[in-house]
Ligand binder design. Sequence first.
Ligand code: COA
Length: 314
Amino acid sequence: MTSTAISGARILSVGTALPEQVLTNEDLEQMVDTSHEWIVERSGIHERRIGGTTSDLAASAGKAAIERAGIDPATIDLLILATTSPDRRVPATASTVQELLGLQCGAMDLNAACSGFVYALVAAHGFIEMGHSRVLIIGAETLSRMTDWTDRTTCILFADGAGAAVVEKTDGAGDLHGWHVDSNGSLEEALFCDFDGKIEMAGQAIFKNAVLAMENAARKSLAMADMSADQIDLVVPHQANVRIVEASCKRLGIPYEKTSMVIHRTGNTSSASIPLALEDAWTGGRVNQGDNILLVGFGAGMTSAAAVITWDGI
Ligand code: COA
């Protein structure tokens, strides 16, 4: 699928929130048959944060992004909350977050698993192209509620957190040059969580397909942007496993040093992971005006999504 209708919108600001409770690999050694060394070698994770509700984490991240943008919350036209761990089946957790933030606007949840934030970013650009001025997008998760803490193949990976961005209309062409969203429903059984169940995963199948899906989404969005991989200054990948990111970068011909990685301290926070890594790069001085940034994720579904933007935010 291709599109030439790239909108005049830009990411203005980002904000994040993490729960206070830290769960280290040493803590997990007390819970399941694992070791700090195994977890670090196989995933790159040293510790993760757990606790809170999806709506509280989302609201904290959203508030941070709004404050950093210095905008009046009343000017936000729409809230899109990417989450795979909503507080309730009904209503959408976005409505709870809207109330917490005191917004007067449309609000909806979007579930594209770990690709959700990039899906939301693309959707926000589309809504702005159709007339909205500002859209708040948030990726927020409390995966700890869906984790089987007796299953060492999954409990070492998943965690909680939130990240948000204010996306606003611009006069020019905007920051989004290329994007791609995808799903391969035939892989549903490789990673799922039933209602009232816990996450079940075929780790190796996900690993193999994740590398290919990230490469495919990145290549398609680069092609739409008419850019080559060496024009990318920063890669902000979904934080599922350091080795998946290394393998994807290698296939794309992008040096791993160009990635923003927070997985060592956050674990896999699904739709929150890309904004968490983007904010980390921004606060670390690695995001400059005019930088070309590749956001790329994959997740259950199996979904994948990528966006190529040129940074024009604060
Ligand atoms: N601690 C110690 N040993 C563990 C372990 C743990 N937490 N989990 C599994 N093992 C064992 C396995 O039982 C297996 O033992 P065996 O060789 O005696 O059978 C061995 O370690 C290797 O397991 P394997 O599954 O081959 O490891 P891996 O290198 O594939 O790493 C994952 C496992 C889960 C880290 C990796 O497959 C992965 O990250 N997959 C993608 C998951 C993902 O990204 N999910 C989210 C998508 S958004």
